[in-house]
Design a protein around this ligand. Structure first.
Ligand code: PMP
Length: 403
């Protein structure tokens, strides 16, 4: 069998399972977001309802200004890895900004949130002899890959269940280095970890805590420091990981922690050492976004208002959605074919873009549309979305939720 045939066979199998991913062809335009130009099939302009530019900061004039200004002043690429000429002043300033955001001594910026999780967990797990990593069952792929690569022993604890975590930690003696890895806001269900209880359990066993706040930084806490900041728990977390690519509207990922922890990861993580640094202009723009959201409440307030409005209208029409305390609204369909059909009709007939979320990203039978209302969605956008969903609910004879 030649390679082309091998590639095609696997792609066909993926299609047969209903898991082949379709990639939209969209063009964002400054001042128009969440309306974007659509180069794929469907209307020429569509409204994006599944963006992770949660607060629209990728369109903010100050953030755009910083990226343009620094590109003009410093050029495009960083020109090297961080330790071979690639560290620009903008990286150093951004790391200071992030350390301050989370009340930590230091921070390290990586190529992406994915790389930061992968690099930090693979380094901690492999460089701390005998370490055991206690991982929440729903942790993100980037954390799982990092842990696997580390070859450290792993204990998977029941999602958001500190008692199960406690039981598992109890099986190891005090001499074993233990790392408890979890997220704050889980992206597919939008639920939030019981951070304080997890910290209590981790402390009782002398474990370090590692939290992924990728879906929370910028949006939670008085300065956008995440759920741990909102709950006054940042000092109880050993390592806070975040992204610059979602609420901050730019690109890149980071970790923050003590000076020794950051120096340790900086000195041993291949995912930090052997790759070109992010462009200085990206670092400068991200810093402006982080700084802005440390003091501005407007975006967060407006996001909360639009999230509440969408939830209220879905409830009024009996359209079932997961009840969670976050900004993520999963509308439950429970069938992969209907989920794709509804997403297709929303796009083609209503100019509403939302990506269907099917197995293996979520368990079979829990297929859903994941909506992320932001400050730039208007009330009319929300009304339009709910009317379209309501019509589709009728057309597909989907069950209504009872109030
Ligand atoms: N952690 C979680 C929980 C995520 O959902 C994602 C990406 N969706 C990442 C990390 C990776 O972040 P980035 O997109 O910056 O690579």
């Amino acid at each position: 069998m030649d390679f082309e045939t091998r590639f095609r066979a696997q792609l066909d199998a993926l299609r047969d399972e209903g898991n082949y991913r379709i990639f939209a062809d969209l063009e964002r335009q400054v001042g128009q977001f969440p309306k974007v130009r659509n180069h794929g099939s469907g209307p020429d302009e569509v409204t994006v309802w599944c963006s992770n530019d949660y607060l629209g900061m990728g369109q903010h004039p100050d953030v755009i200004g910083a990226m343009v200004d620094v590109t003009r002043a410093s050029g495009t690429g960083a020109g090297g890895t961080r330790n071979i000429s690639g560290t620009a002043h903008q990286h150093v300033a951004l790391e200071e900004e992030l350390a301050d955001l989370h009340g930590k001594e230091d921070a390290l910026v990586f190529s992406s949130g994915y790389v930061s999780n992968w690099a930090a967990l693979s380094t901690l797990g492999s460089r701390l002899p005998g370490a055991v990593i206690f991982s929440d069952a729903l942790n993100h792929a980037s954390m799982i890959e990092g842990m696997r690569h580390s070859r450290a022993r792993r204990e998977i604890w029941t999602h958001n269940d500190p008692e199960d975590l406690d039981r598992r930690l109890s099986a190891y003696g005090p001499e074993v280095p233990k790392i408890v890895a979890f997220e704050s806001v889980y992206s597919m269900d939008g639920d939030i970890a019981p951070i304080e209880e997890i910290c209590d359990v981790a402390d009782a066993h002398g474990a370090m805590t590692y939290i992924d706040e990728v879906h929370a930084v910028g949006m939670y806490g008085p300065r956008g420091g995440g759920v741990a900041e909102e709950l006054g728990l940042m000092d109880r977390i050993t390592l806070i990981e975040g992204t610059l690519g979602k609420a901050y509207g730019c690109f890149g990922g980071y970790i923050t922690g003590s000076a020794a922890l950051c120096d340790f990861v900086r000195s041993f993580a291949s995912g930090f050492i052997f790759t070109t640094a992010i462009p200085p202009a990206v670092a400068a723009a991200a810093r402006v976004a982080v700084k802005h959201l440390k003091s501005s409440e407007i975006e967060r307030m407006r996001q909360r208002r639009q999230v509440a409005r969408l939830r209220r209208l879905l409830d009024a029409h009996g359209i079932p959605h997961m009840d969670n305390p976050s900004h993520i609204i999963p509308v439950m369909i429970g069938d992969p074919v209907k989920c794709r059909f509804i997403a297709d009709v929303l796009m083609q007939e209503h100019g509403i873009y939302v990506q269907p979320i099917n197995y293996p990203t979520v368990p079979k039978g829990t297929e859903r549309l994941r909506f992320t209302p932001g400050p730039l969605h208007t009330d009319a956008d929300i009304d339009h979305l709910v009317a379209a969903l309501n019509g589709l609910w009728k057309q597909c004879a989907l069950a209504r939720a009872v109030a």
